[in-house]
Design a protein around this ligand. Structure first.
Ligand SMILES: Cc1cc2nc3c(=O)[nH]c(=O)nc-3n(C[C@H](O)[C@H](O)[C@H](O)COP(=O)(O)O)c2cc1C
Length: 309
């Protein structure tokens, strides 16, 4: 079973991925947060270039509903960056994305989606995989969406079985995933709410032939999860590993991002929104971290968290 690190816009950039890769094992492939538009920004180039992703298998994700934009990015990633696969985002639930009929918003326009897929699969210089939700406002069109995906030679179909309106709440719809499991000829990847080994075991016992699972928030909520799933044992103390990872992420951002400590502090606060669940009284801890107005105040909280090592 392959384990993928899911893309998380604003969090899982190359600095995060590099730090994760240095401190934890078990991930087979990392997906980048989505790129958009016709050309790549400086930040996007930095994120995908091979020098910044050494030793990792990386798939670039693209968010688009425009054939020319998609193909332009496909040519750039293939000719300038040496990638042979692009992942298409048909799942992003953010209002700014769906209102422009991209991400999960594109699922509500099956005819346009079909035309777009016809064109990109006909002309793309790279292979294409899809990461999808099961609908926009409801899942009534899911069977039709699945049937559409059967038309194309996807390398893989990654399913986050929630409708867009659920955002990240409630439980994934395992019956919707089951429909794909029973009917799709594509290699399938399951994604959604894998936080503990039991979550993974439940998915694998119901869907033993899935090819891969993708872990998003779980990589922060429980960064040991891929090792636990694969039975990799690392002798080092868990708390020390959590400390070292936090330090690595923070220092890499301080060294390599524009914007200075204040911006890095905001990023660390976002990360702790998930990372706090590795500790006792997570909500209380998160409150303390969010209260920190300076990097020094933040560091004082962090020192206290790891004071027992
Ligand atoms: C902050 C955040 C940013 C995300 N950004 C992306 C993204 O850029 N592309 C994408 O396909 N999914 C994105 N996702 C969705 C995750 O990759 C994943 O599909 C979702 O969180 C469900 O999996 P999980 O329960 O393992 O977190 C994002 C999720 C979060 C919470």
């Amino acid at each position: 079973m392959k384990i993928y690190a899911g893309p998380m816009e604003g969090i899982t950039n190359y600095l995060f991925r590099g730090a994760y890769h240095r401190h934890f094992s078990g991930i087979d492939t990392f997906f980048t947060p989505f790129v958009t538009g016709t050309h790549l920004s400086k930040k996007e180039k930095r994120d995908i270039c091979k020098e910044n992703n050494e030793g990792m298998d990386v798939v670039v994700q693209v968010l688009s509903n425009q054939t020319d934009d998609f193909l332009s990015v496909a040519h750039i990633v293939s000719e300038e960056y040496g990638y042979s696969l692009l992942n298409l985002n048909l799942g992003c639930p953010s209002a700014t994305v769906t209102s422009r009929k991209r991400g999960a918003g594109f699922l509500a326009l099956p005819d346009k989606l079909e035309q777009f897929l016809d064109e990109i699969f006909e002309r793309s210089p790279v292979d294409i995989s899809i990461k999808t939700r099961i609908g926009m406002h409801d899942a009534s069109g899911w069977e039709q969406i699945l049937a559409l995906y059967e038309k194309y030679p996807l390398t893989e179909l990654i399913i986050h079985p929630r409708i867009r309106d659920a955002f990240y709440g409630g439980l994934p719809d395992l019956d919707a995933f089951a429909l794909a499991y029973q009917t799709s000829r594509h290699p399938l990847c399951y994604n959604g709410n894998l936080f503990r080994k039991e979550d993974y075991d439940n998915i694998v016992s119901r869907f033993p032939n899935v090819d891969a699972v993708m872990i998003g928030r779980g990589l922060l909520i429980n960064p040991f999860l891929p090792e636990e799933i694969k039975g990799i044992s690392v002798p080092k103390d868990r708390l020390a590993r959590l400390r070292d990872f936090e330090e690595d992420v923070r220092k890499s951002h301080l060294t390599y991002t524009d914007g200075g400590p204040h911006k890095v502090l905001e990023k660390m606060k976002e990360i702790w929104g998930f990372y706090c669940y590795n500790f006792e009284n997570p909500e209380k801890l998160l409150k303390k971290i969010r209260k920190a107005q300076t990097m020094d105040a933040y560091l004082a909280v962090i020192r206290e968290v790891f004071s027992n090592i």
